[in-house]
Ligand binder design. Structure first.
Ligand code: ASP
Length: 423
C-alpha cells in the first residue's frame, strides 16, 4: 500500500483533476489518495469565517464565489447534469449554510473548523466521483472515521493510539475499503471525541498522509507537487535552483524547521519512526525521479540549500540599568513570546542584551515590543531578511551577502544563519 497526497495546486481546476486520474493510473498498487481543498479554497473559506464571525459585509458574496468556483469545475468534468455529484455538492454547501444561518455561539476556532473543513469534503467528493465516472474505480472515505484528535480546534493534536486502531480495523475489516485499489480521502481534517470536526493546522494534508502511512505501515508516501522535487532554494529568490535528489529525514526536518515550505514540518517524524520513505514528485512529470527522503545521509551535504525568510524584525532587549540579562529575565521574555504566540526564528545573547529575530506581524509585533518597553530598553530593526544556508561555504556566503549589511551572523558546522538588510 502506498499513500499519495495531492495539494490544492494539483486540483485547482478541471484539467488538474483530470491529470490526477492520469497520474494514479500509472500505478497498480493499492493507493490511499489524500487530497486538499481545490486551489485557494481554504483561503476563501477562511475569509468566509472571518466575515461571518466578525459580522462583516459580504458573507453571502464570498460563499457564492466559492460555490461558483466548484460548480464551474463540476460542469466541466461531468456532461450529465443529472449526475448525483450535483446533489452531493449542493448538500455539502448546505452544511455551511446551516452553520452561518445562526449567530455564532461557540469559539472562533470551533466555527473555523466546522466551515473550513468543508473545502476538503467538496474536493474529494468531486474527484472521487469524476474518477469513477471515467472508470478509475475508487472508494470515497470520510477520514473523520479514522483521524481522531483532541478538541484543540484549528490545531488539533492526534490521538495516535485510537487513530491507529481505527485505521487498522477499517482497512482490514471493512470489505469495500480492504478490497478497493484506490481510496480517495481528505487531508487536514479529523474528528474530536465528541464527534465534531477538527483541523490539524494549515497545510496539514502532508501530515495526514504521514499519519495514515504510519498507522497502516505503508510502503511509501508520495507528495505530488507542481515542482520537480525539493529544490535547494525557493525559485522565487534564485533562478538557478538545483534539485535535491536524495536527502535524509534529518536533513528534511532541518530544512522544514528553517522555513523550507515544500513539506509540512510535522510530516517527517511519523515516517522516520517507521522508516517509510517520502517521495516528492511532479504531478506534471510523474515518471521523473523527484526527491527521495529516507534514512540515507550520504548525499545530504552534496548541494548547499538556501532558505530565505523576509519581513523579519530583530529585537534587542537589555536592562534599563545596564545589569545583566539573566535566566529570570529570559524566562519572563519567553512567557511574553508564548502569550503572543510569537515564534523565535533565531536568538543570540551577550552579557547585557538578548536579541531575537521574529516574523513581522502587524497585530502582535508592536504590542509585544510595547510590553517589553515597560521593563526593558528595547531596540528594533524592521524589514530584514533571515537567510539560512545548510552546508555553506565561502562562495555561498558571498553569494547571499552581496550588497547586504549583516546585523547578526551565526555559524555552526553545517548551518550559517544571517540577519541582513539591503545596503
Ligand atoms: N487545505 C488546507 C490548507 O490549504 C490543508 C492543505 O492543503 O494541506 O492549508
Amino acid at each position: 500500500m502506498k499513500i499519495f497526497k495531492f495539494g490544492g495546486a494539483s486540483v485547482k481546476d478541471a484539467n488538474a483533476v483530470k491529470n490526477v486520474g492520469k497520474v494514479i493510473q500509472q500505478f497498480d498498487d493499492k493507493l490511499i489518495i489524500v487530497i486538499s481543498a481545490m486551489g485557494k479554497t481554504t483561503n476563501a473559506l477562511e475569509k468566509l469565517v472571518n466575515a461571518y464571525y466578525f459580522k462583516k459585509e459580504g458573507v453571502e458574496a464570498i460563499l457564492e464565489e466559492i460555490k461558483a468556483f466548484h460548480y464551474s469545475i463540476i460542469n466541466e468534468l461531468f456532461d450529465n447534469e443529472k449526475h448525483q455529484i450535483f446533489q452531493d455538492i449542493h448538500n455539502t454547501f448546505v452544511e455551511i449554510e446551516w452553520e452561518i444561518e445562526e449567530e455564532p455561539v461557540r469559539s472562533y476556532d470551533y466555527v473555523y473548523d466546522q466551515i473550513v473543513s468543508v473545502g476538503e469534503l467538496l474536493s474529494t467528493k468531486i474527484i472521487s466521483a469524476y474518477l469513477n465516472e471515467v472508470n478509475i474505480k475508487n472508494q470515497w472515505l470520510d477520514i473523520r472515521e479514522v483521524i481522531q484528535t483532541d478538541n484543540s480546534y484549528r490545531n488539533a493534536n492526534i490521538n495516535w493510539k485510537l487513530t491507529e486502531q481505527l485505521a487498522l480495523e477499517l482497512f482490514t475489516k471493512n470489505k469495500t475499503l480492504s478490497t478497493s485499489t484506490y481510496i480517495v480521502t481528505q487531508g487536514f481534517i479529523g474528528s474530536s471525541s465528541e464527534n465534531f470536526t477538527t483541523t490539524i493546522g494549515r497545510e496539514g494534508s502532508d501530515f495526514t498522509a504521514a499519519i495514515l502511512a504510519y498507522c497502516l505501515n505503508a510502503e511509501s508516501v508520495t507528495i505530488w507537487k507542481d515542482v520537480p522535487g525539493m529544490l535547494n532554494a525557493d525559485p522565487k529568490w534564485f533562478d538557478d535552483t538545483q534539485q535535491l535528489n536524495h536527502i535524509s529525514y534529518h536533513e528534511a526536518v532541518e530544512l522544514a524547521y528553517y522555513g523550507a515550505t515544500v513539506i509540512h514540518p510535522k510530516t517527517i517524524k511519523p515516517l522516520q519512526n517507521k522508516k517509510i520513505p517520502l517521495l516528492v514528485k511532479s504531478f506534471l512529470n510523474p515518471t521523473e525521479q523527484g526527491t527521495r527522503i529516507d534514512e540515507n545521509t550520504k548525499e545530504d551535504a552534496r548541494i548547499p540549500s538556501f532558505i530565505f525568510k523576509m519581513n523579519q524584525v530583530l529585537i534587542s532587549i537589555s536592562a534599563k540599568d545596564y545589569s545583566f540579562i539573566v535566566e529570570d529575565n529570559l524566562s519572563e521574555i519567553f512567557s511574553k513570546l508564548s502569550a503572543h504566540k510569537i515564534t523565535v526564528n533565531m536568538m543570540q545573547n551577550s552579557a547585557i542584551s538578548f536579541s531575537i529575530c521574529i516574523d513581522f506581524n502587524p497585530f502582535t509585533t508592536y504590542q509585544f515590543i510595547e510590553e517589553l518597553q515597560k521593563e526593558y530598553q528595547v531596540l528594533y530593526n524592521e524589514n530584514l531578511e533571515l537567510v539560512t544556508i545548510r552546508h555553506y561555504d565561502d562562495a555561498t556566503l558571498k553569494r547571499v551577502t552581496e550588497n547586504k549589511k549583516i546585523l547578526v551572523e551565526q555559524k555552526s558546522r553545517n548551518t550559517a544563519r544571517l540577519v541582513m538588510k539591503d545596503r
